[in-house]
Write a protein that binds this ligand. Structure first.
Ligand code: G
Ligand code: G
Ligand code: MN
Ligand code: NA
Length: 254
């Protein structure tokens, strides 16, 4: 696991934390509907590290606020670049449980939007369902403040958390991201396909977009379209791309 001191240096040095950007597309036309920001640590010795090995370290103590600021700044900067190129889609940022337990998080988001002169609706915050279980009172207040600001709320890894259904009854959500595991299994497993169909119907009833994650094959794309799913993300459409490749990729997909 990453050492806090080392991670602090990486944050200060700025160039070790990099954002990869993965398009979300309309399943039918392939046109972009959004972009998810995925952080990586470009470690001098260990290479490109996944958030799994360092996000936990960032979530404790005084590193959280500068990390949040860094990720929001890079994501909104990138979104401003594709907006300037005429691609009118939001940026999605993954939010940790820790952030939702931090009463100052909505103000940090508001500050970032102001710094980048970005309309709040152009920012989607992806929340993993499991965060909803701890200290519900604080989490609900933070989410209510974000909703009030008109930032979009997305449920990440939908279907995998025990609290997923309770969560959507407490918070009005704009998007459900169906977990990759169901997409991977749906062409072989009627049960997995039933979960995807259920998510599509639930999304429609809640007035929330449904995005299928981890689409890797044309067969999965066809199966999703047959179930009425309209948006997706995955290697079949595009891998996560570095910042300098995202605008041309979006213009090409549009
Ligand atoms: O891209 P990859 O599979 O390595 O991502 C692993 C996990 O890291 C995903 O669940 C994703 O939501 C999470 N993640 C990616 N970027 C960020 C980030 O900026 N902040 C937080 N908290 N999690 C992130
Ligand atoms: O938990 P979250 O949905 O934020 O994590 C997204 C993760 O899924 C990222 O690490 C991203 O790199 C990865 N990912 C995106 N598309 C695909 C795909 O088509 N296949 C696989 N295996 N992983 C994917
Ligand atoms: Mn995500
Ligand atoms: Na996910």
């Amino acid at each position: 696991l990453a050492l806090p001191a080392e991670l602090h240096d990486a944050l200060i040095a700025k160039d070790q934390l990099i954002l990869m950007l993965q398009p979300e597309v309309d399943l039918d036309t392939g046109a972009p509907t959004g972009v998810e920001a995925l952080i990586r640590w470009n470690h001098p010795r260990r290479g490109l590290l996944t958030p799994a090995v360092f996000v936990e370290t960032v979530e404790v103590g005084e590193l959280l606020a500068p990390f949040t600021r860094y990720v929001l700044d890079r994501a909104l900067e990138a979104a401003a670049a594709w907006a300037a190129a005429g691609v009118d889609v939001p940026v999605s940022v993954n939010v940790s449980a820790r952030s939702l337990l931090d009463a100052t998080f909505p103000a940090q988001v508001a500050d970032a939007l102001r710094r980048h002169r970005m309309v709040p609706g152009r920012l989607v915050l992806e929340i993993t369902e499991s965060v909803a279980v701890s200290d519900q009172g604080v989490v609900d207040e933070v989410l209510a403040a974000l909703r009030e600001m008109q930032v979009q709320i997305s449920v990440d890894d939908f279907g995998t958390g025990f609290s997923s259904l309770a969560f959507v009854t407490r918070v009005r959500v704009d998007e459900l991201k169906v977990d990759r595991s169901f997409v991977t299994e749906m062409t072989d497993s009627p049960a997995a396909a039933a979960v995807v169909r259920g998510a599509v119907e639930l999304g429609a009833r809640l007035g929330a977009r449904v995005v299928a994650e981890g689409v890797e094959t044309a067969e999965q794309r066809a199966a999703l379209l047959a179930l009425g799913c309209t948006a997706a993300q995955g290697y079949h459409f595009s891998r996560p791309l570095p910042v300098d490749k995202i605008v041309p990729a979006l213009v090409h997909l549009a």
